[in-house]
Design a protein around this ligand. Structure first.
Ligand code: SF4
Ligand code: ZN
Length: 330
């Protein structure tokens, strides 16, 4: 006999939530997921019902679940979707297709920043720089900056991102193990802007395990990408997420308990940890700990690398010609 849904007590249960010791049918699971988004937004006062909320959509399951979940949890809320087209061969086109299908289906306005068209390079071009196989670092910096720019253009003051429970706890653990207290403080559920150029960042999926985002997106028939980014590698955060996964198999509530303890720790740290002094980047005007911010430095690096390559490809035929002439002279 299949188990019966713990909520409606009528349909067969399909989803087992071991940390909550309950099994739900797909419809009740979707309502449970949406209720959790509503409670998380209210618990951390992420936004007010009259705000326009920007949602960073990547084409993946988390941001698809976030956009749909927010729409269901707050039916009157004005939502705007923001997407950065990173220009990664095949992958970015696929992601953009999914984002367009998602926003069309939900009738949400979409703003896209096309990296290649606007700035003349793609994330793939970082392969030519010393980042080579660690492209996620510049990619993350660039995305964070461009989402702020997109949000400003769209007139959005609050930006919701699809960070799930596994992402947040994995990053908290990594930062904790590195002893990077000032960075740990910045992982709080609501991150206020440091300058008028930035938005308030919120994480409504903070309490949603990654696989539940996948289930919710699948049960809601949402379009999301089914290929992986070619640059995704084994980052320290990913390795710590795997460690958490193993610990959660023994104690299903492990990630939830870790999150709650970190959330209690953050206000204490905030009182005692000095944030590094900030100045204003002399190129883009965003807050920065150096004279030129990480975003501007990384953009400059990739542009210079591409320019040098262009110069070299112009010179190569000339040099080949000179070498041929010299060989003929001998
Ligand atoms: Fe960018 Fe890395 Fe994500 Fe690919 S996996 S989109 S390179 S952060
Ligand atoms: Zn800058």
């Amino acid at each position: 006999m299949p188990a019966i849904c713990r909520r409606c007590r009528s349909k067969p249960a399909e989803v087992r939530l071991p940390y909550a010791r309950m099994s739900l049918c797909p419809d009740c699971f979707r309502r449970y997921f949406e209720d959790r988004i509503r409670r998380t937004v209210e618990e951390f006062k992420m936004f007010k019902s009259q705000d326009t909320v920007g949602v960073a959509v990547s084409g993946g399951k988390d941001s698809a679940a976030l956009l749909h979940g927010l729409r269901q949890a707050f039916p009157g809320l004005k939502l705007v979707a923001l997407h950065v087209d990173l220009g990664i061969k095949k992958y970015s086109e696929h992601c953009l297709e999914k984002v367009r299908a998602l926003t069309r289906g939900l009738e949400v306005e979409l703003h896209v920043f096309d990296l290649k068209r606007e700035l003349g390079f793609s994330i793939d071009d970082f392969r030519l720089t010393p980042y080579r196989r660690k492209i996620c670092a510049p990619c993350g910096t660039i995305k964070r900056h461009l989402f702020d720019e997109l949000a400003r253009e769209a007139g959005v003051k609050v930006l919701a991102t699809g960070h799930n429970l596994d992402d947040v706890v994995g990053t908290m653990l990594t930062t904790f193990l590195a002893g990077d207290w000032s960075q740990l403080v910045r992982l709080k559920p609501v991150l206020p802007p440091l300058s008028p150029l930035q938005t308030r960042k919120v994480k409504p999926l903070l309490r949603s395990p990654e696989w539940e985002d996948l289930l919710y997106a699948a049960y809601s028939d949402l379009p999301f990408r089914d290929i992986g980014c070619p640059h995704a590698g084994g980052t320290r955060v990913r390795r710590n997420q795997e460690l958490l996964e193993a610990l959660s198999r023994r104690n299903p509530a492990f990630r939830h308990q870790t999150l709650n303890n970190f959330l209690r720790l953050i206000p204490i740290l905030e009182k005692h940890v000095d944030q590094p002094p900030l100045t204003t980047c002399r190129r883009c005007g965003y807050p920065s700990s150096a004279e030129v911010c990480a975003y501007c430095r990384r953009v400059e690096l990739v542009k210079n690398t591409l320019e040098k390559r262009r110069q070299r490809s112009k010179l190569n035929p000339l040099l080949r010609g000179i070498n041929r002439d010299q060989a003929n002279d001998i």
